[in-house]
Write a protein that binds this ligand. Structure first.
Ligand code: PLP
Length: 412
């Protein structure tokens, strides 16, 4: 018996656990619908061409072979570009439109997870919300991150199991009745993970009005900008609505470049705090406290991915190339939704499958039960989360018929 014998048992992270199982599965028809990673129609992970082009150029200029630390707060040019991508209603923005807005205090993070963590820690230290409201269901890591700060997540209804739609009425009802001034509320800015269901613009207006009236502190998690519609401006509509709200709202945004730039392992991200008191003193203290938090946790963010992102976003022509690839990725996912729906319907698979084409972004909340998911894995070597969440990016023209036939078989 040692000091660590009584460590608590913890649940494995399902996404990474599934990925491990998938890697050792040698079945020729194995299909990975677990991880939120974009794969091409050849079933391969897909470094964006514009990213590869920029990497090559940066290597030639020796601009990416310098490995010095970036500042604790992050790379200024990257943060300016990251802010524009979120808050500007136009794209591309090579000249930098919003970069001087004194309401926004930005720091660079270890991708979107790091940004969520900085948000939780910073709010836990300085806003001390009684709880954080998260959607039921949400990205599992939201629970883990917030629990690690001692702030209890409470859930608001989001998903209607019966017809696989957004349960907006129940969401508003619970928040109206049970939230208290000062509570934090976590909202997915677009392409909700895991359900693929986003509020309409009208519903976003109502959510923002509720947050403002009830003095909830919004934390907008923005991990899929561009994946929902193929247009980063359209996908940041909710963020801009909160940002431009009257009366102005204090809030924050966690931003990831993992999916949209295919930079997963490079950990490029940012955290943006929107404050009402824009005096030099308050801005300075906000930045100072964020920098102190970062210094104690990861000291400085990685520079490789953020250098690529800023190089693309600072150039109008590279931005347009990125946009074209974003559209290609999101439209391939849309066509796979349609192909899966068509095949399931053609096979007469019991149940309604319309939600597969109606949901957006990378994921579909298929409505498959945990038992069906297990049968798909054990009998057909198809991997998806036990909640029924499938990453549609794992489908391609060669495996979609196999997957539909397997779903049909486990349903029948
Ligand atoms: N937030 C949500 C809702 C996500 O789905 C993800 C990734 O799966 C992230 C944040 C953060 O991802 P990363 O840390 O790779 O940027």
């Amino acid at each position: 018996v040692g000091i660590f014998s009584s460590l608590p048992e913890v649940e494995k992270d399902e996404v990474f656990d599934l990925l491990g199982q998938f890697r050792v599965d040698v079945h020729p028809q194995r299909v990975n619908l677990g991880a939120g990673v974009y794969f091409s129609d050849e079933g391969k992970s897909w470094p964006l061409e514009v990213v590869g082009k920029v990497e090559k150029a940066l290597h030639e200029q020796q601009a990416i072979t310098r490995h010095d630390y970036i500042p604790i707060e992050g790379d200024d040019q990257f943060l300016n570009a990251a802010r524009d991508l979120l808050f500007s209603s136009t794209f591309p923005n090579p000249s930098g439109r919003q970069t001087s807005d004194p309401r926004v205090v930005s720091v660079q993070t270890v991708s979107g997870t790091g940004a969520n963590h900085v948000a939780a820690r910073f709010l836990a230290n300085h806003v001390r919300p009684r709880c954080v409201w998260v959607s039921d269901p949400t990205w599992a890591n939201h629970h883990v991150i917030w629990e690690s700060t001692g702030i209890t997540p409470r859930t608001y209804p989001y998903y209607n199991n019966e017809d696989c739609t957004l349960n907006f009425t129940a969401m508003i009802d619970v928040l109206e009745k049970e939230s208290q001034p000062g509570d934090a509320i976590l909202l997915h800015a677009c392409a909700h993970n895991p359900t693929g269901l986003d509020p309409t613009q009208e519903q976003w207006v109502a959510i923002a009005e509720l947050c403002s009236r009830k003095q909830l502190f919004p934390v907008l998690d923005n991990a899929y900008q561009g994946f929902a519609s193929g247009d980063p401006v359209q996908d940041s509509w909710a963020i801009r609505h909160f940002y431009n709200h009257q009366p102005p709202m204090e809030m924050c945004v966690a931003q990831s470049f993992s999916k949209s730039f295919g930079l997963y392992g490079q950990r490029a991200g940012a955290f943006h705090l929107i404050i009402n008191d824009t005096s030099e003193s308050t801005r300075g203290k906000a930045l100072g406290n964020l920098a102190q938090l970062i210094r104690s946790e990861y000291s400085v963010a990685p520079r490789y991915g953020s250098t690529i992102v800023k190089t693309i976003l600072e150039s109008e022509s590279l931005s347009r190339e990125w946009l074209a690839e974003l559209q290609l990725m999101s439209s391939r996912i849309r066509s796979m939704r349609q192909a899966l729906y068509d095949e399931l319907t053609r096979l007469g698979t019991p149940g309604s499958w319309k939600h597969i084409t109606e949901q957006i972004g990378m994921f579909s909340y298929t409505g498959l039960s945990a038992a069906e998911v297990e049968a798909l894995r054990k009998e057909y070597h198809i991997y998806l989360l036990s909640s029924g969440r499938a990453s549609i990016a794992g489908l391609n023209s060669k495996n979609v018929e196999y997957v539909a036939a397997a779903i049909s078989a486990v349903r029948n």
